[in-house]
Design a protein around this ligand. Structure first.
Ligand code: ZN
Length: 182
């Protein structure tokens, strides 16, 4: 069964986005309050932006022979709620009321398993590159929309993947400015 199996979920899909369904998601527990946003970055291959490999990866359609670096990804099933491209275009893979598979093993300030109560946003990018103005502009708007949907989201709960999994992850990297989106 896919994530958008009922029309009831429309409020959990951004209006100005392209929706491409990913199976890589779960139901959230009924008592969960979504109050956190996790910012990531991804590009496939690393630092190459002019292709749709990330979309293929998040929808389990990536041809792992297309690039030598993709063999590392072969057994991974991941997703994010949103992917913001260099142009600012937004692609949504998972409705916000479902868990996307973006955070992995995670811990920050006595909380664990951030997929349970967070929205995952991937910026098309690399820890080595600056993000585009279009990405910051769009991210700011998206965060505002998410705060309206989930009023428990506070600026202090907008975190980087590197905050919640510092031993494993360094994204979105030093070039990402949290100040520009708050
Ligand atoms: Zn990440």
């Amino acid at each position: 069964m896919f994530c958008n199996d009922t029309l009831m979920m429309n409020k959990y899909i951004l209006k100005k986005s392209t929706y491409i369904e990913s199976e890589n998601c779960d139901d959230r527990s009924p008592d969960i309050i979504v109050d956190t946003i996790i910012i990531h970055c991804i590009s496939l291959p690393e630092k190459e932006y002019d292709n749709d490999y990330v979309i293929s990866f998040f929808t389990n359609k990536l041809n792992f022979n297309a690039h030598e670096s993709f063999t590392d990804l072969e057994d991974l099933k991941v997703s994010s709620h949103l992917f913001i491209r260099r142009s600012g275009e937004v692609i949504q893979f998972v409705p916000f009321n479902k868990k996307a598979w973006h955070a992995g093993k995670s811990r920050y300030k006595e909380r664990e398993n951030f997929n349970e109560f967070s929205i995952g946003i991937e910026l098309e990018g690399s820890v080595d590159d600056v993000y585009t103005d279009n990405q910051y502009d769009r991210l700011k708007i998206v965060i505002q929309e998410l705060k309206e949907l989930y009023p428990s989201i506070q600026d202090s709960n907008i975190l980087r993947h590197s905050d919640i999994a510092p031993d494993r992850k360094n994204d979105p990297g030093e070039h990402f400015s949290l100040d520009r989106i708050k």
